[in-house]
Ligand binder design. Structure first.
Ligand code: G3H
Length: 486
């Protein structure tokens, strides 16, 4: 099935139902593995003119797609989920080389995505409209009635990041097409080959020509152009805050949904179950080398239990293996590129210079940063505030619950936070005060299950994701008002 999407490692794009090869084989983008630099494949460097054509075709296809019964769209999504699931091993193998994700996590991502697509299909009732009467409002009677339908927005631009090339692409594509939109999909360059395999699953399931299109190219050539294109009706983006900020300026009046960076804190109070906290914190901080927006990125622990917690975390960290993701038991893998590893190293060095204690790690070998635990981090250090997107965990010792809340909220980010305590009243007190999209009580920060709302405040995002919320975001209510004479 996947033979059609490439020719001798040169990958094609799905445009108006055809897998189209690059016209200029001299100008291809090479995707190399962060694992060993080997070539994973090459993709087309599309031009602005190519983008115009894709958007034009997506626009045309959308009008027809909107007329396809919702139940038929549901069937296609179920089929796409089954096809994706059937190919989970093949796709996970590609992810291993392309984004250096360990094979177990890669497979879990593909299977989780199949469930997400099915769950999206299960939520088709959201597309039911409603009927309203004016008579509940002062000055009106039941002579005025509105039939409110949910209509698609048009052409959705879906932009996914490298760290979840399948899941964070499908979480945009599936709700968009269920709602009757067409999609122009641009993956991060690293991750694009895995993503194109997923696109093939949707096509194979019967998504009609032009409803789902993939585009590839240099950000410098087509990045700004596509985001500011007037043919795009909605932008659904996951990635860095820096790019998100730029993108929202370029988008002008095009509505958008953005999931950006985070600096999720784990607040550990005096009465916490410290074993549970240490276990959750370590897996929350280090899985996929911390390259998750929801990774735990700082610990705020009250000083009376800090030493005990640190000792348990150190024990827990001895179980973490770092190295080649081909081995199932490896958690900390090489980072996506050497530049990221250098950045993570600079944060560690800054903290060290300003007096923090490196308890574990602090070493780097090219793009592999070994799991690092840094104690006595203070507010004057970059590590207290900046998002590493790497396997480094800072510990900030606080005097009490109030200081923990204050430092947590001082961050420019507001994605998620965890609070560890046995006292439900304290847990709710902290949760209510934290400026974040979600608070986990006695658990690590995480997005799943994918039906829950997922949102960030401040620099962590705009709008709400999660199956039903994403469908709602990519539709709008349209009213047809009856003015009767009863
Ligand atoms: O990297 C951002 C993702 O949305 C995080 O998802 O919590 O399932 O790892 P996750």
């Amino acid at each position: 099935m996947f033979n059609e999407i490439s020719n001798d490692k040169v990958y094609k794009n799905l445009i108006h139902g055809e897998w189209v090869e690059s016209e200029n084989l001299e100008n291809l983008i090479e995707i190399k593995s962060p694992l060993d630099g080997s070539l994973v494949g090459k993709v087309t460097a599309m031009s602005k003119k190519d983008i115009d054509n894709v958007i034009k075709s997506a626009k045309k296809a959308q009008a027809n797609w909107d007329n396809v019964p919702i139940i038929k769209r549901v069937e296609i999504l179920y089929k796409a989920a089954d096809i994706l699931e059937k190919h989970s091993n093949e796709i996970a193998e590609i992810m291993l080389y392309e984004v250096c994700k360990d094979i177990k996590s890669a497979k879990t991502e593909v299977l989780r995505t199949a469930d997400l697509i099915r769950s999206t299909a299960n939520h088709s009732d959201i597309l039911q409209g409603e009927s309203l009467t004016g008579s509940v409002y002062p000055g009106y009677t039941k002579n005025k009635q509105a039939i409110v339908t949910k209509v698609p927005l048009g052409v959705v631009l879906a932009i996914s990041p490298f760290n979840y090339p399948i899941n964070l692409a499908a979480s945009k594509i599936a709700p968009a097409i269920l709602a009757g939109n067409s999609v122009v999909f641009k993956s991060a360059t690293q991750g694009v080959i895995s993503a194109l395999h997923m696109v093939k699953c949707f096509e194979e399931a019967g998504v009609p020509a032009g409803v789902l299109n993939s585009v590839t190219g240099y950000g410098s050539e087509i990045g700004d152009y596509i985001v500011s294109h007037r043919g795009i009706n909605f932008i659904n983006y996951t990635g860095s805050t820096e790019v998100g900020r730029k993108l929202s300026k370029l988008a002008e009046m095009t509505p958008l949904l953005m999931e950006l960076g985070g600096k999720d804190s784990a607040i550990v109070l005096d009465d916490a179950d410290l074993n549970l906290a240490a276990n959750n914190i370590v897996s929350g901080a280090f899985s996929y080398s911390g390259q998750r927006c929801t990774a735990i990125k700082r610990i705020l622990v009250t000083k009376d239990v800090a030493d005990n917690l640190v000792s348990l975390i150190k024990d827990e960290m001895t179980k973490i293996k770092a190295g080649n993701p081909i081995h199932e038991d490896v958690t900390v893998v090489p980072l996506i590129d050497e530049k990221t590893a250098e950045f993570v190293e600079s944060l560690i060095e800054d903290a060290k210079k300003l007096g923090a204690d490196i308890l574990i790690g602090g070493k780097r070998d090219k793009n592999l940063v070994y799991p690092t635990l840094v104690d006595n981090v203070t507010e004057n250090m970059r590590l207290a505030w900046e998002e590493p997107f790497g396997p480094v965990l800072p510990i900030i010792r606080v005097k009490d619950i109030e200081e923990a809340i204050e430092i947590s909220n001082k961050s420019e980010y507001g994605l998620q936070a965890s609070v560890f305590t046995k006292d439900i009243n304290k847990a709710f007190y902290v949760a209510n005060k934290l400026e974040v999209g979600a608070v986990q009580i006695n658990n690590k920060t995480e997005r799943g299950p994918d039906i829950f709302p997922f949102s960030g405040v401040k620099d962590s995002g705009v709008g709400v994701q999660g199956v039903k919320y994403a469908i709602e975001a990519m539709t709008r209510p349209k009213s047809i008002v009856l003015n009767l004479n009863l």
